[in-house]
Design a protein around this ligand. Sequence first.
Ligand code: NAD
Length: 261
Amino acid sequence: MQAQTALITGSTSGIGLGIAEALAASGRAVALNGRSDTPENHALASAMSARHGVAVVYLAADISEGDLARALVARAADALGRLDILVNNAGVQHVAPVEEFPVAKWDHILALNLSSAFHTSAAAIPLMKANGFGRIINVSSAHGLTASPYKSAYVSAKHGLVGLTKTVALEMAETRLDLTCNAICPGYVLTPLVENQIADQMKVHKMSREEVLEKVMLQRQPTRKMASVEDLGALAVFLASPAASQITGAALPVDGGWTAL
Ligand code: NAD
C-alpha cells in the first residue's frame, strides 16, 4: 500500500514543525507550508526527508487567502500523490483591548486562524472521502475553550475552530468512512516564540527563568510546566492512527490542567 501523506499548515517552526517531524518519523510523506518561498524553507524539507527517508516537500502559500488555502491542498495532493492527514496549524496572535483592537489585525487573525481551516478542510474532504480514510487535526488552543482579556480575535478564532471541528466531525461521521476531525488545545508550548517571551519577561521582571515560569507565565497552567512540540507531535500521530478512529469531534486539552480550573 502507498505510504500515507500529510499536509501541515504553518510548519516552518514551532508546533507545526514538531507535528510534521513526528508524522515524517512515523513514515508519512509530508508537505510543509509557510508564507514565504525561501531557500531555508526548502532546505528544511530536504533535511527532514533525509532524516526520515520519506518524501518531504515545501509549498509556500499565504493561507490567510482562501483561494490560496484551497489551492495548497490540491498542490499537496499532487506533490505527494494523495492526501490522508490535514493539520490546520498556522496561526498568529495580537494583544489589545477590544475598543483599540486594530480592524486589520482582527480580520487577519480570523482569516488565518479560523477561515483557512474552513477552506483547507473543504478542499481536503472530497479527497479523503474518495480514499475512504482521512484525518483532520486542528491546532486550536486552551483559548479555544476559555478566554483571556485583550485576546478577542485569537479567542474568537480558536473557539470558532473548535466549533468547526465538531461540525466537520459530524459531517464526516455521516459518510460511515474512516474519517475523523479533532482539535488539539494546547496551553503554553515551548516553541522558539515562547522562548523569546520567557527571555523578555526575565528582563522586565528581573527574575530567573524558573521564577518567570512559576510566577508569571504559567500561573494558569497548574502543572507549572509547558508541553513540548514533541508531545503534540505524538498526539497528532496517535490521532492519525487506526486506534483513534472513534475519537472525533473532540477538543483535546494539552494544557497542564489549565482548563480544569
Ligand atoms: P510559530 O510562530 O512558531 O509558527 C507559526 C507558523 O505559521 C509558521 O510556520 C509561519 O510561517 C506560519 N504562518 C504565519 N502566517 C502564515 C500565513 N499567512 N500562511 C501560511 N503560514 C503562515 O507559532 P507556534 O507557537 O508554533 O503556533 C502554531 C499554532 O499553535 C498556532 O495556531 C497557535 O495559535 C497555536 N498555539 C500555540 C501555543 C504556544 O504556546 N506556542 C499555544 C496554543 C496554541
